[in-house]
Design a protein around this ligand. Structure first.
Ligand SMILES: Nc1nc(=O)c2c([nH]1)NC[C@@H]1CN(c3ccc(C(=O)N[C@@H](CCC(=O)O)C(=O)O)cc3)CN21
Ligand SMILES: CC(C)C(=O)C(=O)O
Ligand SMILES: [Mg+2]
Length: 269
């Protein structure tokens, strides 16, 4: 069984960020992250859909290929999209194989004990699997929206039981999303494999954020758990507005952006 190692006291947390294309993968890798997630959040961040139910395996494979062509050093994990692992083990293995052939080194899927047979089939097929528990966005319809999970002792214990079931099935790490810190801590303490939190408190073994939320490319309100470290949407808008003004006022193109009649190095034969 693939086994992660629990972070020793004082050791550095794991850092994961999403990326969807070559430029975002280059940025993540140059920043020195440990893991890159090609998330199904590509649906809302890049493709303009309202939720993650709108992308399929072909969509994810397209973005995984773009990310891996950037040659990142970070481990590339790909989300298995809904419902590629909800219709039996064979189709789940086929979906994972498409993502691996596109360049992913591991896949992530949402859900607890219910997913054990699929996790086992993927591990049998030599595909490393990451779990994802708590606020699972592919459950937006039955959840009735994006709702914090794992509140109270009972829900917390269910989360721990699901996490232990995933670990026994062979996952190498578990993402914990949208749960109170007590639940993040309880699962982290119960597992040997690392937990990676997104809105799961400070006690997880690592943290993950969506690229567009953290660099300020998301125009909407970001979830409470996101922190904006830059305003790229504002900077990009200013840059394009400056170009538009330069064109309209005759400042672009200037001599620097114009080909002279006589090439400086002599004209080609
Ligand atoms: N840009 C982006 N960032 C994400 O983190 C993200 C996506 N997209 N798409 C897929 C899912 C959806 N996610 C979301 C989306 C919204 C909330 C949200 O609005 N949460 C409320 C809490 C609701 C409650 O209190 O129960 C919040 O205020 O943060 C949470 C997770 C996380 N993932
Ligand atoms: C928020 C992360 C964990 C994710 O699953 C995604 O970006 O799709
Ligand atoms: Mg996802």
């Amino acid at each position: 069984m693939v086994r992660g190692r629990k972070r020793a006291k004082g050791a550095e947390p794991l850092v994961m960020v999403t990326a969807y294309d070559a430029p975002s993968a280059r940025v993540a890798d140059a920043a020195g992250v440990d893991l890159i997630l090609v998330g199904d959040s590509v649906a809302n961040t890049v493709l303009g859909y309202p939720d993650t139910l709108q992308v399929d395996v072909a969509d994810l494979a397209h973005h995984v290929a773009a990310v891996t062509r950037a040659g990142p050093r970070a481990l590339v994990v790909a989300d298995l999209p809904w419902p590629s692992y909800h219709q039996g083990r064979r189709t789940a293995v086929r979906a994972a194989a498409r993502l691996v052939r596109a360049g992913a080194k591991a896949v992530k899927l949402e859900g607890g004990a219910l997913r054990v047979p699929v996790v086992e089939a993927l591990v049998d097929a030599e595909v490393p699997v990451m779990g994802h528990l708590g606020l699972t966005p592919q459950s937006v319809l039955p959840m009735g929206g994006y709702r914090v999970q794992g509140r109270g002792a009972e829900a917390r214990e269910r989360l721990v039981a699901d996490a232990l079931a995933l670990e026994a099935a062979g996952v190498f790490a578990v993402v914990l999303e949208g749960i109170p810190p007590a639940a993040g801590r309880a699962v982290t303490e119960a597992l040997e494999v690392p937990t990676i939190g997104i809105g799961a408190g400070p006690d997880c073994d690592g943290q993950v954020l969506v690229f567009h939320d953290l660099v300020g490319l998301n125009p909407g309100p970001v979830p409470r758990f996101a922190r904006r470290y830059a305003d790229l949407l504002g900077q990009a808008t200013e840059a394009v507005a400056a170009f538009a003004a330069d064109v309209r006022e005759g400042r672009f193109p200037g001599p620097e952006e114009t080909y002279p009649e006589d090439a400086p190095g002599g004209s080609p034969a």
